[in-house]
Ligand binder design. Structure first.
Ligand SMILES: [Zn+2]
Length: 139
């Protein structure tokens, strides 16, 4: 019997997939309605709203690596009435130059939601987008 040579199709690149943060698709960026409430994904209490989104260093959302090697995708907000400060201010590893940061927690369930960055009298909130969800009642 004759052996039949079958040409293998070329193998595609088998490199590792892009390292992601393991976060679900970001609902904040897809939202079309301005002013929809953003809730703590853990407990559903109101944190801030889409109309509080601001740009810092030229963009609303940023991906940052913390010293432990964890990637956070954060969005910048002018206010976040639903959080409370959870740490003393620090300037170590600050992601925004010249700013000090404080950890912010959900005011209702104390989930870590992000950080408040401040410089002199100005401040903004950098919230972990994967830990927020849009309020279906307001969108
Ligand atoms: Zn919460």
């Amino acid at each position: 019997m004759l052996a039949v040579l079958v040409r293998q199709p070329p193998l595609g690149p088998a490199g590792p997939k892009e390292p992601g943060e393991g976060a679900p698709e970001n609902v904040v960026e897809k939202a079309s309605k301005r002013g929809a409430a953003l809730l703590c994904a853990a407990c559903g209490s109101r944190v801030t709203s889409l109309d509080q989104r601001i740009e810092v260093d030229g963009a609303h959302s940023h991906a940052f690596l913390n010293p432990a090697g964890y990637v956070y995708r954060i969005g910048c907000f002018a206010t976040a009435p639903g959080v409370r400060i959870g740490s003393p201010p620090s300037d170590e590893f600050s992601w925004f130059s010249g700013h000090v940061w404080e950890v912010v927690l959900c005011g209702a369930c104390t989930t870590h939601l992000g950080w408040r960055f401040s410089r002199e009298a100005s401040f903004f909130f950098a919230l972990i987008l994967a830990r927020l969800r849009e309020d279906p009642a307001t969108s």
